[in-house]
Design a protein around this ligand. Structure first.
Ligand code: GTQ
Length: 342
């Protein structure tokens, strides 16, 4: 019997044929089995390398001077999860990172420094720590700095997702988009209002800068006046005001506050997520598939990743604010999103 099978496999191999029954279990597992590992990047460990990159190459030469946060299990793949890319980008005073556009969608979350800017279709968004800025797919964008200090931000992109779909296109700018006054997009769409005859269909948000002070104030209000969620603390998602959906089709982004003394319950979700710590301190406990739990201690500007379907919970003695992003809108669009709250 076995030899019959062995002979069959051997004889059909030249035709690039493989028996399903040998791989079926792995192909349709009873629950998600990700190769990704949980990981934490301490900012104090990482920052010196970013500064050395600042001495080693200019932003103009690098095009984007970024250190990629690679999942330890996906080295060489420029991926923090199977679908997501994350990196920390540095721009020094006076530097320019030239305009380009691509089918990958990008988000920025500002980590350190003020006064650099991203330009989206010619409109500037000046960066301050905690601001959430997006560059929708196929929009012209570049970065520059009129700051007097280094400015560092988290880049989140759907690069591995587009690679999976073999759908990546990019162009570099020959003629830069004409400059447009700063703040117009926010004036049009950022205050729960919209132009009367606006007909946009809203694949991506018409607002591309979400200032931290506004998001933070919402969380402060909610903490004062509403009950705390036992798993999330107080958690809000950034929205596309034209649709109520995610700011970009492939990337969801979130801001959450863990109140002082928070001792959260465990959850897992199919969307692996990348976290950027804004304020405070705490611990994330992540259970590996073999049942072992590791506690990762985090402080301001640290980054960590919770892979798909890993049980996780948060603890914070002094309280904390966390930004995060994931591919959740894709899971939801495809009706494959699941989460479990224990
Ligand atoms: O700023 O356009 O981290 O195109 C990777 C690819 C940033 C960007 C990244 C990019 C960008």
């Amino acid at each position: 019997m076995t030899s019959l099978r062995q002979q069959l496999y051997q004889d059909m191999a030249p035709l690039h044929l493989t028996p399903l029954w040998e791989v079926l279990h792995a192909l349709v597992p009873p629950h998600p089995v990700t190769p990704c590992l949980p990981a934490l990047w301490k900012y104090s460990d990482l920052r010196p390398f970013l500064m050395r990159a600042g001495e080693a190459i200019t932003a103009a030469e690098a095009v984007r001077r970024v250190l990629i946060l690679e999942n330890p299990a996906l080295r060489g793949q420029s991926a923090v999860t199977q679908s997501l890319y994350a990196g920390l980008q540095l721009i020094l005073p006076g530097e320019v990172a030239p305009d380009h556009r691509h089918t990958q969608s990008a988000l920025r979350f500002i980590i350190e420094g003020s006064g650099a800017f991203t330009t989206v279709e010619g409109e500037r968004a000046t960066m301050h720590p905690g601001d959430f800025i997006l560059t929708p797919n196929w929009s012209w964008h570049g970065h520059g700095s009129e700051a007097e200090e280094p400015v560092i931000w988290l880049d989140g992109l759907d690069i591995p997702m587009l690679r999976f779909f073999d759908a990546g296109f990019a162009e570099t700018s020959t003629a830069t988009a004409p400059p447009r006054p700063e703040g117009v997009s926010f004036a049009r769409h950022g205050n729960n209002m919209a132009p009367v005859r606006d007909t946009r269909t809203g694949a991506s948000s018409p607002v591309f800068s979400y200032p931290y002070d506004r998001s933070r104030e919402s969380l402060a209000q909610l903490e004062r006046n509403t009950p705390c969620d036992s798993w999330d603390g107080y958690k809000l998602r950034y929205i596309n005001p034209a649709t109520g959906g995610s700011p970009m089709p492939t990337l969801g982004a979130f801001l959450q506050l863990l109140p002082a003394g928070f001792n959260g319950r465990a959850f897992r979700q199919t969307d692996g997520a990348v976290y950027s710590v804004v304020e405070g301190e705490g611990e994330v406990l992540i259970e590996s598939p073999d049942g072992e739990t590791t506690a990762y201690s985090f402080g301001p500007r640290d980054h960590f990743v919770i892979p798909s379907w890993h049980l996780a919970s948060f603890r914070s003695a002094p309280g904390s604010v966390l930004f995060s992003f994931s591919d959740r809108p894709v899971h939801e669009a495809l009706s494959i999103h699941r989460e479990e709250r224990l």
